[in-house]
Design a protein around this ligand. Structure first.
Ligand SMILES: [Zn+2]
Length: 159
């Protein structure tokens, strides 16, 4: 008999497919975000070119920085403009659907970002945030970081 258990034909899939910008989809997307982005790969390439040694997704540090060197005392976050709600950036538009949800979500993301940077700085880390839309302008900042931490073991703790 065709009593087929799970009802493959799409009968009652929980509550139907979520619309494009629903909270469920946001949760899904933020999980997807855990994989490496093109922007991160680009930063990795530049760090290697500068001879900076790093680890990725350093969970032992506040906010799990995308790149960090604990011994040298630096950490880098590569921020997607949308998720981290880059101020005045065209890529950071608030979706029209579920607007309240997104406004609250972005505010929470920004609070969390600020907090993890504060905590890292308190630990004496030099922290850089590189925005996805400014990738091609980050060379100077990375070079300065390399200069600062490159030669001598400790230029930190100077405040
Ligand atoms: Zn941006």
């Amino acid at each position: 008999m065709s009593e087929a258990g799970e009802g493959e034909g799409g009968r009652k899939r929980r509550s139907g497919r979520p619309p494009a910008a629903s909270p469920e989809r946001a949760a899904l997307l933020s999980r997807v975000r855990r994989t490496r982005t093109a922007a991160e790969e680009e930063v990795a390439r530049r760090l290697r070119a500068l001879g900076l040694h790093y680890r990725r997704n350093v969970r032992a540090l506040p906010g799990s920085p995308d790149f960090a060197n604990r011994r040298r005392g630096w950490a880098i976050f590569v921020n997607g403009c949308f998720w981290h709600h880059h101020t005045a950036c065209v890529r950071a538009a608030v979706p029209k659907n579920n607007r309240d949800f997104w406004v609250e979500k972005f505010a929470a993301n920004r609070r969390r970002d600020a907090e993890k940077i504060r905590r890292l700085r308190r630990l004496g880390f030099t922290v850089l945030v590189i925005w996805e839309c400014r990738l091609d302008r980050c060379d100077d900042r990375l070079a300065r970081l390399a200069e600062r931490i490159g030669g001598t073991a400790s230029t930190r703790g100077s405040r």
